[in-house]
Design a protein around this ligand. Structure first.
Ligand code: FES
Length: 79
């Protein structure tokens, strides 16, 4: 990433909280298990969704189960 701007205005990785849903991660990341082993990530998608409701059958990734359980989360950042 030599020469690319970084910092709060130009992050290399962006995480978005979806209303009542997962955390959307955009950018070059690895997802490691508790033993430090990487999860295989889809190479055809520019982003991934991490479960934050706890109901996914494919944790740590979202499988849409948040809708079934009525997960509600609407945090907002301070203005
Ligand atoms: S956030 Fe989607 S299954 Fe948990």
């Amino acid at each position: 990433m030599c020469g690319e701007a970084t910092g709060p205005d130009h992050p290399q990785v962006r995480i978005r909280c979806r209303l009542d849903g997962p955390l959307i991660v955009e950018g070059p990341v690895e997802v490691l298990d508790h033993q430090g082993r990487p999860f295989p990530l889809p190479t055809h998608k520019p982003l991934l969704a991490l479960c934050r409701c706890g109901a996914s059958g494919n944790r740590p990734f979202c499988d849409g189960s948040h809708k079934r359980i009525g997960f509600a989360a609407g945090e907002t950042a301070p203005e």
